[in-house]
Write a protein that binds this ligand. Sequence first.
Ligand code: ATP
Ligand code: MG
Length: 137
Amino acid sequence: MERTFLMIKPDGVQRGLIGEIVKRFELKGFQLHACKLVRVKKEQAEKHYEELKDKPFFGELVQFITAGPVFAMVWAGDEVVSLSRSMMGKTKVLESQPGTIRGDYALHTGTNIIHGSDSPASAEREIANFFAPDEIV
Ligand code: ATP
Ligand code: MG
């Protein structure tokens, strides 16, 4: 079954959105295979966002994601990678539609509540960066 890595970013955790976000994916019908509240290490954050290392906002992004606890999750289900991305909404705040997580809760592109893998291959790489095999059911 397809899996994805979703992560509620420090702004989402701080605002008390864990329950609301988990509820949306549960009600959609996806299965939660792992979750934990963790503080991301700098090297781990750099690895997670390695494709963006040449972007001007990379330093800020790593700083932001390591600034407080995140809620890391593995979810499974048919087409979970693309369906969860549409439930999250677009990256840019002006493009994220009402009804999506970012559209409903995010006011700025840099603090956009949630991360989701952009392909099944990214998902497996990101899951391995956050979870040991025995932490996943
Ligand atoms: P994520 O990987 O966090 O799920 P995404 O796949 O929608 O988001 P990416 O292009 O992978 O978008 O960018 C990763 C993150 O970098 C974004 O979620 C956002 O927080 C930040 N980011 C992207 N573009 C910008 C930008 N132009 N200015 C500031 N931050 C940005
Ligand atoms: Mg991305």
